[in-house]
Design a protein around this ligand. Sequence first.
Ligand SMILES: [Zn+2]
Ligand SMILES: [Zn+2]
Length: 343
Amino acid sequence: MDFLVLFLFYLAFLFISVVMICIFTKNQRLKSLVLGGAQVCSCVIPQCLQGAARRLLHQLFHTRNPAFIILHLLLQGLVYAEYTFEMFGYCQELEFYLPYLLLPYLLLGVNLVFFTLTCSANPGTINKANESFLLQVYEFDDVMFPGNLRCFTCDLRKPARSKHCRVCDCCVHRFDHHCIWVNNCIGAWNTRYFLIYLLTLTASAATIAILSAAFLVRLVAVSDLYQETYIDDFGHFQSVDTIFLIQYLFLAFPRVIFLLGFVVVLSLLLAGYLGFLLYLAATNQTTNEWYRGDWSWCQHCPLVAGSPSSEPHIYENIYSHGFWSNFREIFLPAIPCYEKKKK
Ligand SMILES: [Zn+2]
Ligand SMILES: [Zn+2]
């Protein structure tokens, strides 16, 4: 049962990861694959259940709610509980260097601090008081961000690089994206916390993955399992090979094996996402700008819409001022004095 539950959980995690990658990619083929899958599901699932699923999805993804924060903490708690109560003791018996074993706890502490900051910090909400200040921060490029635009919902002028978040129901300065895992927008004033949160989360997953792999390797080395023999189904003596060892470890330490699988996949996904965000930071783009960069602005930009030419306009990023300057902008964002005093 233990094995089956872990395996199903593992498959569900992989499935959700693949679907999320397909949804958020620019690749239209992958998107249409998910839409096709959703259409097939809609033919199979009864109407009443579809309505309930739609309401649930709307509640989860289009309103502010703590569901994913709870799931995040639950998963983190499960990983650390398994590490603490099963692996830590074994690793000490196998004489692992203690600071290496304590490193995941240090990373967890830093991670939780920056997780809290990302969740609770003001991402850069635009209001009547800071509207004129924020209008001065970035110049309008008149392509993706035309001047003199108003947000009809907030009834405020839209500073360049801002966007109205439908989930938070406010305009956010240097809007990056709305993150369901922190139940907050990622904008000008909390991107710095989000980057450190993601960095420590990736590092803690990778550290636990390395320690789990090292634990299994050392266990095999110390127990001399390689030199043992076993009797196969036909009654013949066979020397232990790699396949037998993997089967043995699966049966003897199923939770450690699944923990290893989970943190390896998680580390790769997080490292890929972190690399993408660092690339955006280094080139001074937001996820919103990167996503819209290729095509969507062409259809909405008044300059292009009114133009007789059907030539595609190449979007030029005017906000990048060099590697270090771009990072300084993220870690030392422009904040009005009275907003600083509030903190
Ligand atoms: Zn707005
Ligand atoms: Zn938001």
